[in-house]
Design a protein around this ligand. Structure first.
Ligand SMILES: *[C@@H]1O[C@H](CO)[C@@H](O)[C@H](O)[C@H]1NC(C)=O
Ligand SMILES: *[C@@H]1O[C@H](CO)[C@@H](O)[C@H](O)[C@H]1NC(C)=O
Ligand SMILES: *[C@@H]1O[C@H](CO)[C@@H](O)[C@H](O)[C@H]1NC(C)=O
Length: 187
């Protein structure tokens, strides 16, 4: 009798200890696993995880479509930020060559933003066909600004770094939308 009572108590204890903790953590670790999976497919998983982690609270749902939507939003916000910065630089600069580059890059970021916005609309309306082209066009705009500020050009405002930063966001968007499209093709 002592023995079975002991067994009941220890079984109950094990349940009390393990069940709440596994329930409490399962969602979080599942979300984290999904998002780390996404980052592992990008070119720079460390940088990807840094970006995702800083916006972790936005990822309530981790199905491919929801994640794609959120990372497109993040890329749009980043493009907006860089676009505004380029406009300010264009206004303030007294160097004609730089002024011209800021203006053309500002247009690139404006168009990158528009392409990402189209991709987001297509995602919302479940019309995925043109999304790869819209992501490609976004990358083409980025490449164009990269050419203006390549490694040995005068770049006092470090636009090269902003381009690299935006490149990480577009890479994440590309991976997130590619896997959505592959999943969609299978169904
Ligand atoms: C990832 O990106 C960071 C920041 O741009 C850079 O310092 C690092 O070298 C990159 N890592 C790889 C593996 O490309
Ligand atoms: C994206 O661009 C690459 C070359 O830059 C091209 O090979 C590829 O077919 C393009 N994909 C789409 C969907 O336009
Ligand atoms: C950057 O510099 C490296 C080596 O100095 C060179 O190979 C590469 O072509 C340069 N890139 C651009 C875009 O000028």
């Amino acid at each position: 009798m002592d023995c079975s009572l002991h067994r009941i108590i220890s079984t109950a204890l094990i349940f009390m200890i393990t069940i709440p903790s596994s329930l409490g953590h399962r969602d979080i670790s599942q979300t984290e696993r999904n998002l780390r999976d996404l980052c592992s497919l990008t070119r720079n998983s460390t940088e990807c995880w840094k970006i995702i982690k800083s916006e972790y609270g936005r990822f309530d749902d981790t199905d491919y479509r929801s994640v794609a939507g959120i990372v497109i939003d993040l890329a749009i916000a980043k493009a907006d930020e860089i676009h505004d910065k380029l406009n300010r630089l264009h206004e303030d600069s007294r160097n004609d060559e730089l002024k011209g580059k800021y203006l053309s890059c500002s247009k690139n970021y404006n168009d990158a933003n528009r392409n990402l916005d189209l991709a987001k609309r297509n995602l919302i309306s479940n019309d995925y066909r043109n999304i790869p082209v819209q992501i490609n066009d976004t990358l083409e705009e980025l490449r164009s600004c990269r050419r203006a500020f390549n490694n040995d050009s005068f770049d006092p405002a470090h636009i090269g770094n902003r381009n690299r930063e935006f490149g990480h966001y577009v890479d994440i968007v590309k991976v997130a939308t590619d896997r959505l499209l592959r999943e969609n093709d299978r169904n």
